[in-house]
Write a protein of this length. Sequence first.
Length: 121
Amino acid sequence: MKKAHIMKNSIKLFVVAAVAAVGAIGIGSAATETGFASGEASSPRSLYLQHCSKCHGADGRADTPKGRETDADDLTSASTKRASTAKILRVITAGKGDMPGFGKKLTAAQIRQIAGYIRTL
Ligand code: HEC
């Protein structure tokens, strides 16, 4: 009887510790993935890192597992550099092929900020 009680408590403790650990890992990896300090949470760079780097990579070259899997464009390529801003805005807003559209997730102003940011990659 007593033993069962101790078991229950240690299971509870384990669950609490596991949840805390997952939380900490989550926060840790979110911070490395997006690379922003809290103050610049909505800078063009952090928006890009948050929404685009999974496929296009932090450097824009799409050399990430998801980028290779979806055959994402290298945003530093000559052809993307030549693309008009109108086209870039359209692709980000509506999506293209395996790229989802961000028109519902981001505001038009945020999409313009990201479009400006990828020109600097
Ligand atoms: C799920 C992976 C994925 C995510 C996330 C993603 N993209 Fe893409 N992106 C792609 C793929 C795949 C293509 C190529 C689409 C095609 O041509 O069929 C692409 C194409 C583009 C192009 C067109 C480049 C050109 O030369 O025509 C731009 C610009 C672009 N992405 C920017 C972004 C931006 C900015 C974000 C974040 C807001 C983003 N992408 C998020 C996968 C992704």
